[in-house]
Design a protein around this ligand. Structure first.
Ligand SMILES: NC(=O)c1ccc[n+]([C@@H]2O[C@H](COP(=O)([O-])OP(=O)(O)OC[C@H]3O[C@@H](n4cnc5c(N)ncnc54)[C@H](OP(=O)(O)O)[C@@H]3O)[C@@H](O)[C@H]2O)c1
Length: 240
């Protein structure tokens, strides 16, 4: 059994991959989940080369059975869960009249429903770890769009607001037991997700995935007495 272990979703790219690096550096054994197996294997190879103890479990987090499979694989391999990073997310922009039901459902499923199901499936392991050291961390990747609604990204904004609300509720329900939840709320981060906007906003003017990951390193280190329900990351000139 590992001393400390974590699950990271959306770990094959961008923010999730950067957080996985930090957790590996901090000594966590890792279960990495993401949708496309080849991309996930490439990321797992990059992390393995650093010497981290890890497994990669391809999974579509919009599928309940896949979520159960990820948590089961983690339990089987590591037997404990100290950090859960619910980071997988998708954004599809559309004006309200053109919102497609399939894309609406996909964003609800990936950005919100999967987080609820990951908590539910992981809660026994999280409580067990909290009983041991009172400092379990769950990180839910929201967005700055989870703090202010964005035109055209209305569905995405709504799901990310829901992530902030869910995180607050989890702190009220589980915080006193030593399970702390934080919603990360960044503005533009230089990842493949923001490729669509890089004609207008240069990549080097965006937040780096490593900046977000360093915030998670900080969250790991704060005392069990300190709950940080949300962290906002804005860029110079960003309107709030
Ligand atoms: N980049 C930004 O500016 C920004 C700002 C605020 C919040 N965020 C949030 O940050 C999180 C990570 O995004 P990112 O910017 O790092 O984007 P990214 O580089 O595109 O990474 C997204 C990750 O989520 C995975 N994923 C997507 N759909 C999935 C599904 N159905 N099942 C399992 N895994 C799935 C992807 O795997 P596949 O590639 O295999 O699908 C990938 O690993 C998201 O929740 C996003 O909403 C991003």
């Amino acid at each position: 059994m590992a001393d400390r272990a974590a699950i990271v979703t959306g770990a094959s790219s961008g923010i999730g991959l950067a957080i996985a690096h930090v957790l590996g550096q901090e000594g966590y054994a890792l279960t990495l989940a993401a949708r496309r197996p080849e991309k996930l294997e490439a990321a797992a190879g990059e992390l393995s080369a650093k010497g981290y103890d890890l497994q990669a479990v391809p999974a579509n987090v919009s599928e309940e059975a896949d979520i159960k499979r990820v948590v089961d694989a983690h339990r089987d391999r590591y037997g404990r869960l100290d950090v859960l990073v619910n980071n997988a997310g998708v954004g599809v922009g559309a004006p309200v009249a053109e919102i497609q039901t399939k894309r609406l459902d996909m964003q609800l499923d990936v950005n919100l429903r999967s987080i609820v199901l990951f908590y539910r499936e992981s809660i026994a392991m999280l409580k067990h770890a909290a009983a041991e050291h009172s400092n379990v961390l769950v990180v839910n990747t929201s967005s700055i769009s989870g703090k202010r609604g964005e035109a055209w990204l209305s569905v995405y904004s709504a799901t990310k607001h829901a992530v902030v609300g869910w995180t607050e509720a989890m702190n009220k329900e589980l915080g006193a037991e030593g399970i702390k939840s934080t919603a990360l709320c960044p503005a533009f981060v230089d990842t493949p997700m923001t490729d669509f906007v890089k004609g207008h906003v240069k990549a080097e003017e965006m937040i780096r995935p490593e900046d977000i990951a360093e915030a998670v390193r900080y969250l790991l280190k704060v005392s069990p007495a300190c709950v940080i329900p949300e962290m906002m990351f804005v860029r110079p000139g960003d309107a709030l």
